[in-house]
Design a protein. Sequence first.
Length: 449
Amino acid sequence: MKTLKEMDYSVLQQCMHCGMCLPTCPTYTETQEERNSPRGRISLMRAIADGELDVTKAFGEEMYYCLGCLACTSACPAGVNYAELFETARADVEKAGVLASPKRDAIRWFALRLIFTRPRLLRFVGRLLWLWQVSGLQRFSRRTGLVKLLPGNLRRLEPQAPVIQAKFSHQLIAPVERPKIEIGAANPRRVAVLTGCVQDLIFADINRATVDVLLANGCEVHTPPVQPCCGSLHAHNGDTASAEELARRQLDLFDPFAFDAIISNAGGCGSHLRHYDHLLAGDANYSARAAEWSRKLKDISEYLVEIGFRKPAAPEGEANVRNTNNGVAVTYHESCHLCHGQKVSKQPREVLKAIPGMALTECAEATWCCGSAGIYNITQPDTAGWLQQRKLGHLRATGAAVIATANPGCHLQIANGLAGGTGAVGATPTEVVHPVVLLARAYRAEQKG
Ligand code: SF4
Ligand code: SF4
């Protein structure tokens, strides 16, 4: 990837300093400081490109204080490509090594280069964590206070550790599944489903539900059992070389010309996956495939709406509360990278509205970041905590029993907040769930009925 100095200067020039993005930027809202705003950050980037400023530690800290939520891009009338600026700036920070320390370098190598580039190793680590959780060792260490011996950051994060599922995606989904009843066209639509890495370990049921709803809509579904990470974690954290390598591996595994669509069900991953064309534009061996990939990459809700998905005839029936006269009240939290990054906003709502017995109730600031933002809740716990509480307040105020969201990071951030919260305002929701899980349940209920 090019540096700020080498990148297309017109991208750096797009900002016309109007300030329309400022009220939508969470970090600017928190501090009211210009340098913590999109406009301020773009000015810093441009100063570096112009050679007026070096990549310093302060610049690096500013780039990592930014959530990368892309709310500024939705507000911007000039169409500023903040995603490209942000990823280029973070890559510059890593190249310059201004934030380097032995501890940080070791964590980055372990996470970005070791675990998240080897899907089998990641699953092995997931299985160890699962054993730790189901064997009672986790409970024992919490009860006896052993967790207090963990180093500071790990001790803080331990209560938020996600519950690892007993079965991962390859144990729930066959490599090829065909619909029982073919709908419409003579040949069923052929789609590929991306199972993700975090999603595979903690939300494999969402992957299963994704396959179920595609089958119910007449698609033939291909889900390779071992899939590489999409590379979004790497791209957002300045490791462009690994992001490019992982994109090539995806393209080696999935031939985009062989499918009608490639389906992602995680907002953060999808936002990155859509831009493989840009990421590999300079790679003569992969650029054509990457362009086809980007053309076919769809979020699951977007694809369902595009093909005119079948409305279920029965209520979903498994949410364990009914809190309106119309049935279960559900509210929708928008993943930043689904709404701002992919511009998929109304389709998940259309899925929710199509389910009999569910009443969609909107929450305030639905498009605001919940503080998860990749690993932001680990690196910037104070701002992430503030955003989490702000989000929970709005969600509770709706009185909804169910919170729907379509990104694993948001899902965990909200579920952890609810588990640790006071429930002071409004009702305490009982479930956080992906919209396709509710749709899959409704299709299942039809068969039972
Ligand atoms: S990505 Fe989010 S936090 Fe960063 S400048 Fe844009 S709105 Fe602000
Ligand atoms: S809205 Fe766009 S053009 Fe206006 S200040 Fe923000 S980034 Fe610049």
